[in-house]
Design a protein around this ligand. Structure first.
Ligand code: ADP
Ligand code: MG
Length: 320
């Protein structure tokens, strides 16, 4: 079986070429965090401290929300919140509350209890394979966001084996938090890329909005089918062409339809969402991938997004 896992970054900021004056202070910091390549570039006085502080903030968020770090709050919830409620920080409570709002509004297309299915499919393994229907049914029975109980600063998971996975939300949340940290440092212009979660703050070196390229799913990395001009906005892409394997002539990717237990298959290969909140845009890019654009159109007024762009299997894009 051929396994192919293509690199993580969907979007790359089409950073404008440096202006010849070169006087604006600028600092770029990169790190491997949240299972992806994170890059932060800040402009102006104090840009170095701001970019470093932003990276530290993303590290802080990974340490709380990663289900793989044994000291994280999410790990603790996943291992101890079935028999009794687990005391949680105000930050975890508020992130889970907002994530559950998206689960409810998308009728479970986005589901933060997806982990049993993510673990079963184990797409990141050396040689992933298609699980048996019985195994899928068994894992699917543990996925149900309605059984997550938040009350009085505690979290309880209402079914045996249920586990949280914020893989479709954490990068967006981290981007928003990093943006706050950068603003607190007095920086207005910056560009952040957390493996496809881009946040464009202020303006580019030319003084114009940032131009962000949307990766052509069928093209080489860095080939764009469209560019978006963004200022103080985030653009988040979910694609099936990033992490997948092939088996029996079919492609199996990392976005799962909680209702079937199999990979989402609404005819889309890429969904980009643009909005003020990278957290919301991140969850919605995953949700739209699962539910399809037609269904999402009916509920989109519930969200604070500017627009979204889909690419279908024939590589045609559409803007909504
Ligand atoms: P990426 O992480 O590549 O940017 P997404 O933002 O779409 O892509 O998130 C996909 C991740 O979200 C998966 O790796 C998994 O951890 C989680 N996930 C997969 N399917 C769902 C789903 N239906 N609802 C919520 N999270 C999901
Ligand atoms: Mg997402």
């Amino acid at each position: 079986m051929k396994t192919k896992i293509v690199a993580l970054t969907v979007l790359t900021a089409l950073c404008m070429s440096l202006c010849s004056c070169g006087k604006v202070e600028k600092s770029t910091q990169t790190a491997l965090l949240l299972d992806t390549i994170v890059s932060v570039t800040c402009y102006g006085e104090g840009s170095d401290e701001a970019a470093n502080a932003a990276i530290d903030e993303i590290k802080r968020i990974e340490a709380i929300f990663s289900p793989y770090i044994e000291t994280s709050e999410i790990y603790n919830i996943n291992h101890n919140a079935h028999s009794a409620p687990v005391k949680s920080s105000a930050e975890v409570m508020s992130v889970l509350k907002e994530a559950l709002r998206i689960c409810a509004l998308t009728d479970g297309a986005f589901d933060i209890t997806i982990k049993p299915l993510v673990d079963l499919w184990n797409i990141k393994a050396e040689n992933p394979s298609v699980p048996s229907p019985d195994a899928i049914a068994e894992a699917k029975s543990k996925v149900d966001w309605t059984k997550v109980e938040l009350s009085d600063g505690t979290v309880r998971l209402g079914a045996e084996g249920m586990m949280l996975d914020l893989g479709g939300a954490a990068k967006g949340y981290a981007a928003d938090c990093a943006v706050k940290v950068i603003r607190d440092h007095g920086i207005k212009d910056a560009i952040l890329d957390l493996g496809g979660n881009v946040y464009a703050m202020g303006s580019s070196e030319k003084g114009t909005p940032w131009r962000i390229g949307l990766q052509d799913p069928g093209g080489q990395r860095g080939e764009y089918f469209k560019a978006e001009e963004l200022s103080d906005l985030s653009c988040v892409t979910s694609g099936s062409y990033e992490r997948y394997f092939e088996s029996g002539g079919r492609i199996y990717h990392h976005i799962i339809n909680p209702k079937t237990g199999y990979c989402a298959d609404e005819g889309l290969i890429s969904v980009s969402v643009i909005g003020k909140s990278s957290f919301e845009a991140d969850m919605l890019s995953t949700a739209i991938f699962v539910m399809g654009a037609e269904k999402f159109e009916k509920i989109k007024d519930n969200f604070d997004i500017v627009k979204y762009i889909t690419v279908d299997k024939t590589n045609n894009w559409k803007e909504y």
